[in-house]
Design a protein around this ligand. Structure first.
Ligand SMILES: [Zn+2]
Length: 332
C-alpha cells in the first residue's frame, strides 16, 4: 500500500514504527502504544486516517482500563445476554435513545453510566428490576423477548450459590423428583414446610403461601419456575453444594419426594384440597374463584402438628401412612 507524501508530492512507500505515548487525557496520565508511519524517501511523518483511528482506540482502551470504564466488548455482551437492543436498553435506563448506539460506535461512557452498565452485566436481578419498572418505555415485544432470556437464565442458573432456604428447597426437590411440574413443586414445598415444623418445631423457610384455586402456592417460586415445561432443567448444572440446607433438612426433603413426589401435580392438588389450611383460607370462595389470601403459618403449624399426633409419627418414614390415606380420600 502506498500513501501520498506532501513533501515528495507523490504516492510513496512507508515505514511503520510503534512508539509509547505518554499524555494526559481527561485528567488521567496515560501511556499507550501508538503507530507512526514515515515516508520511505524523505523520512517525513505521514498522515493516514487508519493510523489515527488505531491510535485513538489505543488511547481510549488505556483510559477505560485506568478509569475502570466498561469495554466495548462487555457492552455488546449485555445486549446478547439479555436479548435487548441498544435503543430499548437506552430507554429502559432513561438515557437518550441514541446513547448506547454512540457507545457502540466507540464513545466512552462517563463513569456513572459505565458503572450502571457494569452492574447490569454482572447482576441479573438488578437488570430484572430495571426491566420490570420501565417496561412501559419499550415495546411489549422487546420486553417479552428480554424477560424470556432472563427466565431462561434463572432456570438454568443452578450453579450459582443461594442462601435462600425456599430456593434451596425448590432446587433440591427439582433435582430429586423426576418430571416435576411447577404446581407439583408447590405442593411438595408445602408438605415439606408443614412437616418440618411438625417434626422440628421450626419452619423450613420464612415465605408465606397463598391459597390459589389449585392449592397452596409460593408465588415467587411459582413465577421463577413456571416455565420448567418450556425449558427443561439441566440436571448437570444443579450443584447441590451451592444450596443452603442442613443434612437433616435434605433428609426430610428426600422423604417428601419419596411419599409425595410419586404423585402427579393434579393428585397432589386434590390432596391439599382435603387439608384444612387451604380449605379454611378459601372459605367463602367458589371452587374456581381466584384468590390469593395468605394461608396463616399458625394454621399450617397446628394442622401438621395434629397430623403428626394422629398418625403417631416418630420418623420421617411415618409420613408414608398419611400420604397413602390422603390418596385414598380424594375423588377424581
Ligand atoms: Zn516523502
Amino acid at each position: 500500500m502506498k500513501v501520498f507524501c506532501q513533501e515528495c508530492q507523490k504516492q510513496v512507500d512507508y515505514k511503520e514504527e510503534v512508539v509509547f505515548i505518554e499524555e494526559r487525557f481527561r485528567g488521567k496520565r496515560l501511556k499507550y502504544p501508538a503507530k507512526a508511519i514515515y515516508c520511505s524517501i524523505c523520512d517525513k511523518e505521514l498522515n493516514l486516517k487508519e493510523v489515527r483511528d488505531y491510535n485513538k482506540k489505543s488511547r481510549d482502551d488505556a483510559y477505560r482500563k485506568e478509569e475502570g470504564i466498561i469495554s466495548l466488548d462487555n457492552i455488546k455482551r449485555i445486549l446478547d445476554k439479555y436479548a435487548i437492543g441498544k435503543r430499548p436498553l437506552s430507554l429502559l435506563l432513561g438515557w437518550g435513545e441514541g446513547t448506547l448506539t454512540r457507545y457502540l460506535d466507540g464513545d466512552i461512557p462517563s463513569k456513572p453510566y459505565s458503572d450502571t452498565l457494569i452492574n447490569i452485566l454482572n447482576d441479573e436481578e438488578y437488570f430484572k428490576e430495571i426491566l420490570e419498572q420501565n417496561k412501559d418505555k419499550i415495546t411489549d415485544l422487546a420486553y417479552k423477548k428480554s424477560l424470556n432470556a432472563l427466565e431462561f437464565k434463572e432456570i438454568n442458573n443452578f450453579t450459582r450459590a443461594t442462601k435462600s432456604k425456599i430456593e434451596s428447597a425448590a432446587r433440591y426437590l427439582l433435582f430429586r423428583a423426576s418430571e416435576i411440574t411447577p404446581l407439583a413443586l408447590q405442593k411438595l414445598l408445602y408438605f415439606a414446610q408443614g412437616f418440618q415444623k411438625a417434626f422440628t418445631g421450626q419452619f423450613l423457610f420464612e415465605e408465606d403461601c397463598e391459597a390459589w384455586v389449585h392449592g397452596p402456592v409460593y408465588p415467587a417460586i411459582y413465577k421463577r419456575y413456571k416455565d420448567i415445561g418450556c425449558h427443561p432443567v439441566n440436571m448437570d448444572e444443579i450443584i447441590l453444594e451451592n444450596i443452603n440446607l442442613t443434612e437433616d433438612e435434605k433428609e426430610l426433603l428426600e422423604h417428601i419426594v419419596l411419599y409425595f413426589g410419586c404423585y402427579s401435580g393434579r393428585i397432589l392438588e386434590h390432596m391439599t384440597h382435603i387439608e384444612e389450611p387451604w380449605r379454611n383460607t378459601r372459605k367463602g370462595l367458589d371452587s374456581f374463584e381466584e384468590g390469593n389470601k395468605i394461608i396463616p403459618k399458625e394454621e399450617i403449624a397446628s394442622y401438621f402438628e395434629s397430623v403428626r399426633n394422629k398418625y403417631k409419627m416418630l420418623n420421617f418414614t411415618d409420613m408414608k401412612d398419611y400420604s397413602i390415606d390422603l390418596f385414598s380420600k380424594i375423588n377424581l
